[in-house]
Design a protein around this ligand. Structure first.
Ligand SMILES: Nc1ncnc2c1ncn2[C@@H]1O[C@H](COP(=O)(O)OP(=O)(O)OP(=O)(O)O)[C@@H](O)[C@H]1O
Ligand SMILES: [Mg+2]
Length: 261
């Protein structure tokens, strides 16, 4: 996907880039997932510990972590992104890039680790490892190795799908080092009714019953689903020169979502 926003390697993305398809008019709202993440990340940073936020796709894990860190550690957070199925070698290279270390990455793991450990000893670093469900046991071991090193000064936030919890829980030595576990769950209906009208102007004046119906029929408390529906509905209204969401428009949106097929 192309983007008009420049996200520098390793840096937190700008707020707009957190929103699905950079949805025009979307606002970050204080969901339970976001508020809890903020508290948990604050506690993890204070303890210089490791934490893990897990849950199904679209439940707001990445957005919650990014939004919290923009507030709590805007200048010393480093995001690590992977291709599918990284190896410890990929983690070394991504960290090298994220930390913007000078020169060429060393060829030998021992030299590489010396450089990384000394960089991570120079001031407190918050390392964010998103999409952590792709990591193997060896990868988690590598993070543990960095975190256990007495010279490094780091906190680590893992975010990932449920697979990530499975891998971690199979390894008590790793799991026992995770200070806080957070489960990012779907929005409840009362939460939907509270946050969706604030999320986008499209829903601001819409009847609560209609919002409940959309959640029941199509979004099921999943925030990315709400963002998709909002984008499709906004595009539909713009194309028809209209401004109000109604059941007719929603049927067209559902058709494009494949709901009921
Ligand atoms: N608190 C929020 N305020 C506004 N929009 C939100 C919020 N949380 C999530 N969203 C919307 O939902 C989309 C999906 O959220 P996010 O990318 O954080 O999910 P995720 O749990 O990381 O999913 P995945 O496991 O697929 O990476 C966001 O791009 C955004 O559009
Ligand atoms: Mg994510």
């Amino acid at each position: 996907m192309t983007t008009e926003y420049t996200v520098r390697p390793g840096m937190l993305p700008p707020e707009r880039a957190d929103h699905y398809l950079h949805l025009e008019g979307a606002r970050t709202v204080a969901t339970e997932a976001l508020r809890t993440a903020q508290d948990n990340i604050a506690a993890t940073l204070a303890a210089k510990a490791m934490m893990c936020i897990v849950g199904a796709a679209g439940n707001g894990k990445s957005l919650s972590v990014n939004a919290s860190l923009r507030l709590l550690a805007p200048d010393n957070s480093y995001r690590i992104a992977f291709r599918a199925r990284p190896t410890p070698r990929d983690i070394r290279h991504e960290l090298f890039r994220a930390l913007r270390l000078p020169g060429e990455p060393p060829g030998r793991p021992i030299e590489f680790d010396t450089i990384l450990r000394s960089a991570l000893a120079r001031g407190f670093h918050v390392l964010v490892c998103d999409e952590a469900q792709w990591m193997s046991r060896e990868c988690f071991e590598y993070w543990r190795y960095l975190w256990d090193d007495p010279s490094t000064d780091i906190a680590v936030v893992f975010a990932g799908g449920d697979g990530c919890a499975k891998v971690l829980r199979r390894e008590p030595m790793l799991a026992s080092r995770i200070y806080i576990w957070q489960h990012a769950v779907p929005l409840t209906l009362p939460e939907v009714l509270q946050v969706i009208p604030a999320f986008h102007p499209l829903w601001a004046g819409v009847d609560r019953d209609l919002i409940s119906l959309v959640d029941k029929q199509a979004a099921h408390g999943n925030f990315r689903a709400w963002a998709r529906i909002t984008k499709l509905a906004a595009d539909g209204l713009a194309a028809q020169g209209r401004t109000c969401v109604d059941e007719h428009l929603l049927r067209q949106v559902y058709g494009r979502l494949g709901v009921g097929t």
